[in-house]
Design a protein around this ligand. Structure first.
Ligand code: ADP
Length: 574
């Protein structure tokens, strides 16, 4: 049972392979049409035999090409021709043992058909002409006395050889058949993948001539594969850049190495009606046996492009609306600030007049609320100005140490009231005089130090300034506190506008969530970076770098400076 299953099935050859093998086998037969008569002349045999033999072989060779004869029959006829040639050679040589090998050599030739019919025809020929004739008319087959006197023995010896040869041939035939089945299955798989792919899949040869065009390509380009195959790829695809001439596929790959091969690129697809549409292609090259094959996956990106266009327009509209909103806010805040200053000024004046306790309390509340409101309005005004791109930075020389000390000094009283130590430390190599915008730098510091004091109940708030380790042109300023800290999840968005850690903190400490957003924008405008390190419950360190052009001139005019590290402790912890 197993033996039968391991025998070749005999149906592995496709039309193309059969045709080429049949042509080769017929050429061998035609060689014999000439060779057999020549051999007969050489052997001095009867002309009737060798001329008749040659003629017979020629007729067989012609019959084996007749198109009306079916393929398998043509193979069987060609086999008869080769076997007749073997028999003629044996008989013309009067049974010379060397010519017997001709039969053995013809069998592998016949197995090239990978078909049982010619194989069995060939085998039967050997059995009849060699076995039966050799046994019963040994003089015709064996030219030596051994064969003539013991024909059965010689028939058995030759039969053994033939059997061994056939077993080996059947084995290799089966192995070959299995390999061909595997190739066919793999080709079928590839074809199925290509046919069911969502993209159009096109393959071309090295000159860019299309040799495969899948169903998706048919519907995408509206061109049937029968029409597309054989055309140049440039008929259907061109570069989207009109200045680049579309050329054969090799020149795409050759002219711009790496620009098209093995990466996604955008091109224009062309239908047969002359309409164009944007496509994204991915092209790869496979070299098999020295021949280049290009595979191109094509995706119609018309919809994506339209969506991108819509998104782009929506983004522009949103940006324009945001700009208009920022401008409106900037104008409105400005308009509110002016009367607010009036309210505050008048309240301050009112507080200098004789008031009873109740009136003073009311006026104080008006003043405090007004100050908070003005603070918020100022933040909104700044933020809107930055968003609207209307904030212009100053560029003037100023005393960095002095500005730091003075700004931090403003918080002396506030820190003292909360019992916090407030210090500022400036490293000796920090520039004394810098060029930049002192007003905005002060605003950054005010926000960070104000927050540090606001969110710290015990401990200290310390400010450090030193040249940045990575880039000496930058100054790094840190504001460290021992306050409530910021949880990790809140750290990521703390610099977004209106962002606060959580609702309970807002309720307890107040604020708008605009301060850090403004600080981030200002630091960015000054060419620096901003970051923070925080452990909830232990404290927070905000750091930022700013690029302030160092200037050595006019130091004395601006402030006395010291080259030593300056540490100013504002207040001792109480
Ligand atoms: P505001 O303080 O007006 O709410 P900010 O933008 O200055 O706005 O701060 C946003 C939030 O960041 C604060 O509400 C607070 O939750 C958190 N935060 C800022 N600085 C600190 C700090 N030093 N320690 C703890 N939390 C802070």
């Amino acid at each position: 049972m197993n033996l039968l299953a391991s025998l070749p099935k005999g149906d592995a050859l496709d039309e193309q392979a059969w045709c080429s093998r049949h042509r080769g086998i017929l050429s061998i037969l035609w060689l014999h049409v000439l060779g057999v008569p020549l051999f007969g002349v050489y052997m001095g045999a009867s002309p009737t035999l060798y001329l008749g033999g040659g003629g017979l072989l020629a007729c067989i060779a012609v019959a084996a090409r007749l198109s009306m004869v079916r393929r398998r029959l043509q193979s069987a006829i060609a086999t008869c021709g080769l076997m007749t040639a073997s028999a003629l050679l044996v008989h013309l040589s009067e049974g010379q043992i060397e010519l017997h090998f001709h039969f053995f050599v013809m069998m592998p030739v016949i197995v090239l058909y990978q078909d049982w019919l010619p194989f069995l025809v060939g085998l039967q020929f050997i059995i009849l002409d060699h076995g039966v004739v050799g046994t019963f008319m040994p003089d015709m087959v064996y030219g030596h006395t051994g064969g003539q006197t013991h024909p059965w023995t010689w028939a058995l010896i030759h039969g053994g050889f033939i059997l061994a040869e056939c077993a080996a041939l059947l084995y290799f035939w089966r192995v070959n058949e299995l390999a061909q089945d595997e190739v066919r299955a793999s080709e079928a798989r590839t074809r199925m993948i290509i046919e069911t792919a969502l993209d159009a899949v096109i393959t071309t040869d090295a000159a860019g001539t299309i040799n495969r065009w899948n169903t998706q390509a048919e519907s995408m380009f509206d061109v049937p594969r029968t029409e597309a195959i054989g055309k140049s790829l440039t008929t259907y695809l061109s570069t989207s850049d009109p200045s680049t001439e579309p050329g054969p596929i090799t020149s795409y790959a050759g002219l711009v190495p790496g620009a098209i091969l093995n990466r996604r690129s955008e091109m224009l697809g062309h239908t047969c009606q002359g309409t164009s549409f944007p496509v994204e292609i991915a092209m790869s090259c496979l070299t098999v046996g020295g021949t280049q094959q290009f595979t191109i996956f094509v995706q119609d990106i018309s919809e994506r492009k339209q969506q991108e266009e819509r998104l782009h327009r929506a983004k522009e509209a949103a940006e324009a609306a945001s700009l208009a909103k920022s401008q409106f806010l900037a104008n409105m805040s400005h308009e509110i600030r002016t009367p607010m200053n009036g309210v505050l000024g008048m309240t301050e004046l009112l507080l200098t007049t004789p008031l009873n306790d109740k009136q003073r309390r009311y006026a104080d509340t008006v003043h405090n609320s007004g100050t908070s409101l003005l603070h918020i309005i100022n933040d909104i005004l700044d933020f809107s100005k930055i968003e609207a791109g209307r904030l212009v930075l100053e560029y003037i020389p100023f005393g960095l140490r002095q500005m730091l000390t003075e700004t931090i000094g403003l918080y002396h009283e506030q820190a003292r009231k909360k019992g916090l130590a407030l210090s500022v430390t400036v490293a000796p190599d920090t520039p004394d005089i810098a060029h930049g915008d002192p007003h905005r730098l002060r605003q950054i510091l005010t926000n960070l130090v104000g927050n540090a004091i606001k969110f710290t109940e015990t401990g200290n708030v310390a400010v450090f300034a030193r040249p940045d380790e990575g880039d000496q042109k930058l100054v790094r300023i840190e504001v460290a506190d021992t306050g409530i800290g910021i949880p990790l999840h809140a750290q990521e968005k703390i610099f977004d506008s209106f962002s606060q850690t959580d609702g309970s903190i807002t309720r307890k400490y107040g604020g708008t969530g605009l301060g850090l957003a403004i600080v981030k924008q200002l630091v960015g405008m000054m060419g620096g970076h901003l970051g923070l390190v925080s452990t909830p419950g232990q404290g927070t360190t905000f750091w930022f770098t700013i690029s302030l052009d160092k200037s050595s001139s006019r130091v004395s005019e601006l402030q006395p400076h010291s080259s030593n590290e300056t540490t100013v402790a504002m207040t001792a912890q109480q």
